[in-house]
Write a protein that binds this ligand. Structure first.
Ligand SMILES: Cc1cc2nc3c(=O)[nH]c(=O)nc-3n(C[C@H](O)[C@H](O)[C@H](O)COP(=O)(O)OP(=O)(O)OC[C@H]3O[C@@H](n4cnc5c(N)ncnc54)[C@H](O)[C@@H]3O)c2cc1C
Length: 389
């Protein structure tokens, strides 16, 4: 049985493990945390609508369900040419036929970033955001700023959607508690039209949502620094804030940056359409860790990470069977999400031909909740997978 080593236990790494095990490969998965984290539904942890543990799926349970070997340890270095992985514990992994790198992205580091928290950062940050919001609610009033940043070296690594989702959820939570008029909600981003890659119609609709929820907009000014009590912009103006939630853009993973893997200017691993790492035999990169090629609006997303992972499982199988019918990820490039607002959601879809945003009042919120449950149960093998999901 050929041996596959997978680095990372997120959407990409786990999906690769599940599909390679279906084909009976000897799979070892390395993850620096002992749980799979369902990022898209973590937006409800800060408002208390979901418990942190409901977003986490124990990797040991997933191991039992699919039969892969699990190492909970951090990857310290990757030496691709000598096919040698060193773990934080000092252990060395070099006995594998195929390597699948799926460790996600690091984050851009703005000055004073420690004065903010991110819903897209380490999972535990969602709990810290909850603490901050609870503190302000106990105080009875305050100013809250939500925002996201850019990466000039790779626009696909920008993630703004969860920022909007959290903002709308906080708005609705405050409204329900009769406190909305006691809080000033702000949204900031360095680009003049944040969210533009979802398409013109979506942009207009977001504008209507922001107006309706009385959110003050601060767009088109580069961010200079974060301070304890606010955000400083390039022109030295300051957005006062008692709490700042900021999503830095993704950046190449630190371990990848210091490796001999080929990288784009932002530090993401260069791959071809089949997720094969340029210049290396039997080494693949999938999900947020990889440089995604395609149209300007392309985005790193969970469903794309899963398509890439399934393709890699298929492509490895083709290789083992001396066949050449490989699958590429680029034909699957699209933006697809259900953007939640706490009292409903909007279905967002964009590809080369069309861009849509369809409001789904009330039902959209429950659809996304249902997807979270489906994600957990289907990954655990407790319910069947819906093809393509
Ligand atoms: C709040 C939020 C909401 C989102 N909503 C959506 C959505 O609605 N739809 C959508 O399609 N996408 C969404 N996304 C994007 C989606 O979650 C990511 O694209 C997806 O998680 C990428 O999967 P990945 O496996 O490549 O990376 P990750 O999910 O980041 O997983 C990386 C894995 O590698 C592990 N790892 C990292 N470094 C090391 C190391 N040194 N050693 C060992 N292991 C390591 C981590 O522990 C983790 O298990 C959202 C993201 C966030 C943050």
């Amino acid at each position: 049985m050929k041996k596959v080593l997978i680095l990372g236990g997120g959407f990409a790494g786990l999906e690769a493990a599940i599909f390679l095990r279906k084909d009976k490969y000897d799979v070892t998965l390395v993850s620096d945390r002992d749980f799979f984290y369902i990022y898209p539904t973590s937006i409800w942890v800060p408002t208390g609508e979901t418990r942190f543990q409901d977003i986490c799926v124990d990797l040991k349970e997933l191991q039992k369900a699919h039969g892969f070997d699990l190492i909970v340890d951090g990857v310290e270095t990757i030496e691709a040419a000598s096919r040698r992985i060193t773990l934080k514990s000092g252990d060395i992994l070099n006995d594998f036929d195929y390597l699948v790198i799926a460790m996600g992205a690091s984050k851009m580091k703005a000055k004073g970033i420690e004065n903010s928290l991110s819903i897209c950062g380490a999972p535990q940050q969602s709990l810290l955001i909850k603490e901050k919001l609870d503190e302000l609610i106990a105080k009875g009033s305050g100013k809250i700023a939500f925002g996201f940043g850019g990466n000039p070296n790779d626009t696909s690594a920008v993630r703004g959607g969860p920022g909007f989702e959290l903002l709308f959820n906080v708005h609705n939570m405050l409204k329900k508690r009769g406190l909305r008029d006691k809080f000033e909600l702000n949204f900031f981003a360095p680009m003049p039209k944040p969210g533009a890659r979802m398409g013109e119609k979506a942009l207009k609709m977001m504008d209507i949502f922001l107006e309706r929820t009385m959110v003050q907009k601060h767009f088109g000014k580069k961010i200079k620094a974060f301070e304890e009590d606010g955000v400083i912009f390039e022109d030295d103006s300051k957005l006062q804030s008692d709490f700042t939630m900021f999503i830095p853009a993704g950046d190449g993973h630190e371990v990848v940056k210091s490796s001999d893997l080929p990288k784009n200017p932002a530090g993401f691993i260069k791959i071809n359409d089949f997720c094969e790492v340029e210049g290396f035999e039997n080494i693949y990169a999938v999900g947020d860790v990889a440089a995604i090629e395609g149209p300007d609006w392309r985005a790193k997303q969970g469903h794309l990470a899963e398509v890439m992972a399934r393709n890699v499982a298929h492509n490895i199988n083709e290789k083992e069977k001396n066949r050449t019918n490989k699958k590429g990820y680029q034909e699957h490039l699209n933006i697809l999400c259900v953007m939640d607002s706490g009292d409903g959601a909007a279905f967002v879809y964009r590809d080369d031909k069309k861009a849509r945003m369809i409001p789904l009042p009330i039902v959209g919120h429950w659809l996304k909740k249902g997807w979270g449950k489906y994600c957990r149960l289907s990954k655990l093998g407790s319910i069947p997978r819906i093809p393509g999901m």
